[in-house]
Ligand binder design. Structure first.
Ligand SMILES: Cc1cc2nc3c(=O)[nH]c(=O)nc-3n(C[C@H](O)[C@H](O)[C@H](O)COP(=O)(O)OP(=O)(O)OC[C@H]3O[C@@H](n4cnc5c(N)ncnc54)[C@H](O)[C@@H]3O)c2cc1C
Length: 471
């Protein structure tokens, strides 16, 4: 049995490791077009900031570790075509030659590529690119280009287009490197994946570290600045009230999201679904014989919403592992995502899981959302921090649908979010969250954890929710 993975990042490598783990005799080949198998691209901002001192440290595992796990790695090799009936791949080798490679089972893990928004000067003839200090950021190759600009041209300032989690992490990273950062976001608040009340806390954190934040502002054009300007590049934008906004900087970073890389799969006849991602069932089967797919190139099964597109590393790892297991016969099902995310910006963390109010309403629930503030541990013990929690539950059933948290990076925001994840996963009511036997000692928590205080506040403000059954 020859199992082949296309893609050597989170999804492809997870699939390969699982196949080898289950069957040490399985013949497993991973093909990737770049030279960086199993690199944690999630760690890129921390390499750019200098907190991670060498790019090689971003590797989850070294090439030697992967070889020791028994997989064959074909780096610098691009798959051009999948011959579905013949179970063969046409590949371009590092030397530029062509080769045909057979497979019995295939996992497509081709990931995503960054979105290039319709900004004049970013695409088309004469477009500005890394040589001029204009960058997109997704891969290790993009990272090396960013580092070249930083090290060879010593920019004093940067404009970051986009204030999603990657844009925010890069604002943090480039401020640490000493650049003055202007962050421009088209939507009304930064970090639009959480409610604006929490986005505003992140906004304040950026401002307190000297980042100029322009929200409700759409970038229209990037061009070379005229001599004598305060930066090498000029960005023209339009504010929400239609006024023109112009900023100059030495570097521009455009990070406005990704789209699934599905060319190979689509040409092979795979069905595409939400946002053009490859349609897969919960066993990660594409519907093409012997072909599975996982990671940023596929749709995401969401436990509360059905099919969505949520390109995240944590999801890619899980889906890849399932695809790898199922190449050997499985049967394993992807249990579904809750869209859980967490981000650290300077000293602040923000997280979400499940649904926000408007998402729950659109999905047919009768949502109520309440906001609570609570201490991360007993305030009498030094170093306590206030956490803001927003709880969304269904009025009719009292079921927990979503939770958003923001607070100091040391306030265990991520792990508290994971309490909510576990509760939503198991269909718990918000009332039942108070029954959880959570740990307590004054330096680390409270007799009622912040999550339980937020749950109790929701129940108090939503009497109908408190009469529902417990899970
Ligand atoms: C800066 C940054 C920070 C992030 N932070 C987080 C985070 O904190 N938490 C989180 O959950 N997620 C985070 N993510 C997202 C996460 O990194 C991705 O969801 C994850 O890496 C997706 O893995 P993947 O294997 O599906 O695809 P990708 O990582 O996109 O890899 C695709 C692979 O396919 C290969 N490939 C593509 N086409 C071909 C072809 N034709 N032939 C051969 N090989 C091919 C590529 O070489 C690559 O190896 C972050 C992403 C970035 C860029």
């Amino acid at each position: 049995m020859h199992v082949v993975m296309i893609g050597g990042s989170d999804a492809g490598i997870s699939a390969a490791l699982r196949a080898r783990e289950l069957d040490p005799a399985a013949d497993v080949t991973v093909i990737l077009e770049d030279a960086y198998p199993n690199f944690s691209i999630c760690g890129i901002p921390y390499y750019v900031s200098g907190e991670v001192t060498h790019w090689r440290n971003l590797a989850h595992r070294t090439t030697a570790d992967l070889a020791a796990a028994g997989m064959r790695l074909r780096t610098g090799t691009t798959v051009r075509r999948i011959d579905v009936p013949g179970r063969k791949l046409l590949v371009t080798t590092p030397g530029g030659g062509e080769e045909v490679l057979g497979y019995d089972k295939l996992v497509i893990g081709t990931g995503a590529v960054p979105v290039r928004p319709p900004i004049t000067g970013l695409s088309g003839p004469g477009a500005l690119g890394p040589a001029e200090g204009v960058h997109l950021l997704h891969s290790m190759g993009d990272t090396f280009a960013v580092m070249r600009t930083l090290e060879e041209t010593a920019p004093a300032s940067v404009i970051i287009v986009g204030a999603g989690y990657i844009g925010l992490e890069m604002a943090d990273a480039l401020t640490i490197r000493g650049l003055h950062v202007t962050q421009i976001e088209q939507l009304a608040e930064v970090l639009p994946t959480v409610d604006p009340q929490l986005g505003a806390l992140v906004h304040a954190e950026l401002a307190s570290h000297g980042v100029e934040v322009l929200t409700g502002t759409t970038v229209r054009a990037i061009s070379t600045a005229l001599p004598g300007a305060s930066g090498r590049l000029q960005v023209q934008a339009t504010a929400a009230d239609d006024t023109a906004v112009t900023r100059q900087a030495d570097m521009v970073l455009v990070v406005v999201g990704v789209r699934p890389e599905t060319t190979l799969a689509a040409e092979a006849g795979a069905t595409l679904g939400v946002k053009g991602a490859i349609s897969v069932d919960q066993m990660m089967r594409t519907g093409l014989p012997g072909i599975f797919a996982a990671g940023d190139c596929v749709i995401t099964h969401h436990r509360l919403l059905g099919e969505t597109y949520l390109p995240l590393g944590t999801t890619a790892h899980k889906q890849g592992r399932i695809a790898g297991e199922n190449t050997l016969g499985g049967p394993r099902q992807f249990a579904g995502s809750l869209g859980t995310q967490v981000v650290k910006i300077f000293d602040q963390a923000a997280a979400r899981t499940g649904l926000r109010d408007h998402e729950a309403r659109a999905a047919g629930y009768d949502p109520v959302t309440t906001e609570t503030q609570a201490d991360d541990h007993k305030a009498y013990y030094p170093g306590s921090h206030r956490i803001t929690l927003r709880v969304t539950g269904d009025r009719t059933t009292g079921r927990l649908l979503g939770m958003q948290l923001s607070g100091h990076k040391d306030a265990e925001i991520a792990k508290r979010t994971d309490i909510a994840v576990t509760a939503i996963y198991h269909g718990m009511t918000i009332d039942a969250v108070s029954d959880l036997d959570l740990s307590y000692t004054p330096p680390l928590g409270s007799p009622w954890d912040a999550v339980q205080m937020a749950a109790q506040a929701w129940v108090r403000q939503t009497p109908a929710g408190s009469i529902s059954g417990r899970c």
